[in-house]
Design a protein around this ligand. Structure first.
Ligand SMILES: O=C(O)CCC(=O)C(=O)O
Ligand SMILES: [Fe+2]
Length: 441
């Protein structure tokens, strides 16, 4: 089958849900596209990163994924997931190199393969690293144990959430009304409490640490427009939950005056297994990457990551398939090189990763459930990245309702995941040997 025909048949199979050309949603998207492009010379001043975001975000025409790196295609065991999802990229859009992994002590891995990508030193992709059982455990943990007090979520500022957590309230009685903190107003913008506002901030570093500590971190004001929702209605409005150090979204700085929360043991186990499995010498010890600047005052620290890597902060992102995450750089951590481990669960997404500015043309990568990417070192850890698209209808069978787990308690998680993607994004705030001098109570 020729490439074009193959793509055409791929498109039609992948369009079976909302993007079926005769469906209302497709027609609506086409109307919107014509309207928004009429009389406008769109795109002439977009950066390469913005242009890529626009391309993959578009509902009409549906994006062509022939430029998207899709490493699931190298794995026979994933062929039914790929076929069922419909959307697929290619395994050879950029030069990749397989790197061997060390034997890990813990065993959360399903597939022990890892790849580096030419042009982005420090990026490691581990397709299908997480076993099916561990994917389910991570999803359960994220919703039922993690997204509740004392870990802060986007909803806490605006709603009086039950101490047992939103998820367990939803399971017990989805009709339970959750009341807003401030008095309600009829002019609600339903998304307002959930948004992640991406504000520019000064990159954190050891040199400005005392400035960061002394910057006032005012508590965010509850929205006056939030209105009551029942637990079932509020759940899709959950967008993030903090891990470890408390993050202050208004200043985009960590609030070191607040007690650091313990990192969930399963999250920690997965991340340390990943970082300890990678032979960092294969990544940074070679001629091309050894001389890179930006490693900080103590020089390249990758030699010690096997012992010094310790995730102490992060975020669990809860996406509905209509959501996106704009291009950004994660630069609030004092350590600008230590590995950031990012775990994808649920529906598949396009992940864009570029360079230190939006002028660098990003590489699009199709991330599927169980995939991990690691962003490390000076060229990658603070590279622009984002999620312009999540594909509906791409939940793999092992997470879907009716999966033969013999465990009926999975059903509500499967229903939630049907329209969701969860990303667990783990970072290390402090570099090795850095004494923050913080008194924790
Ligand atoms: O969802 C993802 O894959 C990326 C999330 C991310 O970049 C972040 O939380 O900073
Ligand atoms: Fe990020």
């Amino acid at each position: 089958m020729g490439v074009e025909r193959e793509r055409a048949s791929l498109m039609s199979s992948s369009l079976s849900l909302s993007l079926e050309p005769t469906s209302l949603e497709y027609k609506r998207a086409r109307r919107h596209h014509y309207k928004s492009t009429k009389n406008r010379a769109e795109g002439f001043d977009w950066t390469p990163f913005r242009a890529a975001e626009k391309k993959y975000k578009a509902r009409f025409p549906p994006p062509d994924l022939s430029d998207v790196l899709d490493l699931a295609l190298l794995d026979q065991a994933r062929s039914s997931d790929v076929a069922q999802a419909g959307w697929k990229g290619r395994p050879d859009t950029v030069q990749i190199k397989e790197i061997g992994l060390k034997d890990a002590r813990a065993k959360v891995a399903r597939t022990r393969k890892a790849f580096t990508v030419s042009g982005i030193p420090g990026l490691v992709i581990l397709p299908s690293f997480i076993s099916e059982d561990t994917q389910r455990d991570l999803i359960r943990w994220s919703l039922s144990e993690h997204a509740r007090q004392p870990n802060e979520t986007n909803l806490d500022t605006h709603y009086c959430l039950p101490t047992s957590g939103l998820w367990s309230t939803y399971l017990r009685s989805p009709e339970t009304i959750i009341t807003p903190r401030a008095s309600s107003s009829p002019n609600l913008s339903p998304d307002s409490p959930g948004r992640r506002h991406l504000i520019s901030n000064t990159p954190a570093s050891p040199a400005i640490f005392s400035l960061l500590v002394s910057t006032p971190k005012h508590p965010p004001a509850p929205s006056a427009h939030a209105r009551p929702f029942n637990a079932g209605e509020l759940l899709p409005r959950l967008r993030w939950a903090n891990i470890g150090w408390s993050y202050h979204w208004a200043t985009k700085q960590y609030d070191f005056s607040r007690e650091v929360q313990p990192v969930g043991e399963l999250f920690r186990k997965v991340c340390t297994e990943v970082v300890r499995s990678i032979r960092w010498h294969d990544i940074f010890g070679c001629h091309d990457t050894e001389s890179l600047d930006g490693w900080g005052d103590d020089g390249p620290d990758w030699q010690t990551w096997e012992e010094t890597y310790e995730p102490d902060a992060g975020i669990v992102n809860f996406y509905q398939t209509k959501h996106t995450l704009m291009g950004h750089v994660d630069r609030s951590e004092i350590c600008a090189t230590s590995p950031l481990v990012s775990i994808s669960l649920g529906n598949a997404a396009i992940f864009l990763i570029g360079g230190l500015t939006r002028e660098v043309v990003p590489i699009p990568i199709l991330l599927r459930s169980g995939d991990i990417i690691v962003m490390s070192g000076p060229a990658c850890r603070r590279a622009y990245h984002g999620v312009p698209r999540i594909f509906e209808g791409t939940l793999p069978a092992h997470l879907s309702e009716g999966t033969d787990t013999d465990d009926e308690s999975w059903a509500p998680y499967a229903r939630y995941m049907d329209t969701a993607r969860i990303n667990i994004n783990m970072r290390q705030v402090f570099p090795k040997g850095f004494d923050p001098g913080l008194e924790q109570t």
